[in-house]
Every structure is written in C-alpha cells, then in structure tokens.
Design a protein around this ligand. Structure first.
Ligand code: TIU
Length: 225
C-alpha cells in the first residue's frame, strides 16, 4: 500500500516538474570508491578522478533533505560477482586499462562486489531501509529487477544523481524513460570525467521538449521539500 503526499511543483528544464514524494524515488548511481577515489576502476581507465568528488557535498545535502521528506532512496553500485560470471568478455577486454575488472588494486579487486573499492563513499553511505542494487551493466535496469521493485512500491517518478553523467546515469535515465518513469537529473549532483560530456548530456536530456526527461539544480528540489 502506498500513502499519498501533496503534489509538488519544481522549477526545472525544459518545463516545470510535477511529482509527489510518495511516488518518487531518488536513485543515486554508483557513488563508489572505485569511481571517485584514486586506485579504482575510473582511474584504471585513464581518468582524472578528482572532478567527481566535488559533487559529494551537494549530493549529501540533497540526500539528507530527501530522507527528511520521507522519500525512497535507491543506491546503485556497478559491481560484478567475484567469479566475473556476470561480466561479458566485451566489457572485460574493452580498452587497454592498467588494471582490468577483477584485478587486484589498492582498494581490492576492481569493480567486484564486496571489495573496498565497490563500497559507496562514506558521506553518502546507505542507511537502514534504503535499497542497494549491484548492477553488472551501465544501466541500473539491466539484470537487476529494479523496475519490478519500483513498480511494486508505486513509484512513477525518479530523481537521479551520481556518476558518471554520460555513462551510467544517462544509460539508466534512458532505460527508465522507456519504462514510463518521469526522470529528472539533479545537475549539481552528477559529474563526468569529461565536463563537455556532462554539458552535452544535460542538454540532450531536456532537448526536444524533454525527450529523455528533466534537469534542475538541487536547490530547486530543496526549495519545494
Ligand atoms: N567510465 C565511466 O565513465 N563510467 C563507468 O564506467 N561507469 C559509471 O558511469 N558508473
């Protein structure tokens, strides 16, 4: 059974975003040490990970407000089984990384569930009652059961935060859009290793009248909660 909550109107682009907290989940994508701290998967791909840490304070403030409002929180982690049976060869072999998925690095085995690098950064750690999903793909709906879990709770709207904007966040948002959810990406709570890719992703989400969904700064959400 879902309880009802007041209809809220939030300033957003390309137009106002209407939602109810009781029918909305905050989905925080892959805020893991593997992407945000040196020595993990992100750095092994040749990226400067320093950029990503900058969104932690705004995301933490927004998460605290969402928790106070009583909203559902879903955390995702890109993480494979220790035997890598859920990691397709194409993903394992792509590129020429210094360390591959499953190799041992300074934070344990790269992108493997249960390893220190796979954990969500301390400032955004899940609390009791929040959903945590390990996903083998970039999109959070692929091979996870997330759609069924959200629909069982009457969720129709999704607020997105996390990393990286154009990879796991955008993929998940597009998956959600095709499944009928109204998705909004919180602009200052997402980041890419490539600033131009972040800007392009925000623009393409809200182009064509919101072809993928909405974007807004977290201040717009805080203002209505
Ligand atoms: N490489 C990159 O930008 N991202 C990923 O591989 N995964 C996520 O975005 N989580």
């Amino acid at each position: 059974m879902t309880t009802t909550s007041p209809a809220l109107r939030m300033d957003a682009a390309p137009f106002v975003y209407d939602f109810e907290v009781s029918k909305t989940a905050l989905v925080i994508i892959d805020m893991q040490r593997d992407f945000i701290e040196p020595g993990g998967f992100g750095e092994s791909l040749g990226n400067d990970v320093a950029l990503l840490e900058a969104i932690v304070p705004a995301t933490r403030t927004m998460l605290a407000a969402w928790r106070r409002a009583g909203g559902l929180v879903v955390h995702t982690r890109e993480a494979h089984r220790p035997d890598l049976s859920d990691c397709p060869p194409a993903k394992l072999n792509r590129g020429n990384p210094r360390l591959r998925i499953g190799d041992r690095g300074p934070m344990g085995r790269i992108l493997v569930a249960g390893e220190p690098g796979s954990q969500i950064v301390e400032a955004l750690a899940p609390v009791d009652g929040e959903i945590v999903i390990d996903k083998p793909g970039k999109g959070a709906f692929y091979a996870t059961g997330l759609d069924e879990l959200l629909k069982a709770r009457g969720i129709a709207h999704l607020l997105f935060a996390g990393v990286t904007t154009e990879v796991c966040v955008q993929t998940t948002m597009r998956e959600a859009n095709d499944r009928g959810y109204d998705g909004l990406l919180l602009e200052d709570c997402t980041e890419s290793y490539f600033p131009a890719f972040k800007a392009a992703t925000l623009a393409m989400i809200r182009a064509q009248g919101g072809i993928v969904g909405w974007t807004a700064p977290s201040s717009a959400l805080l203002a209505v909660l």
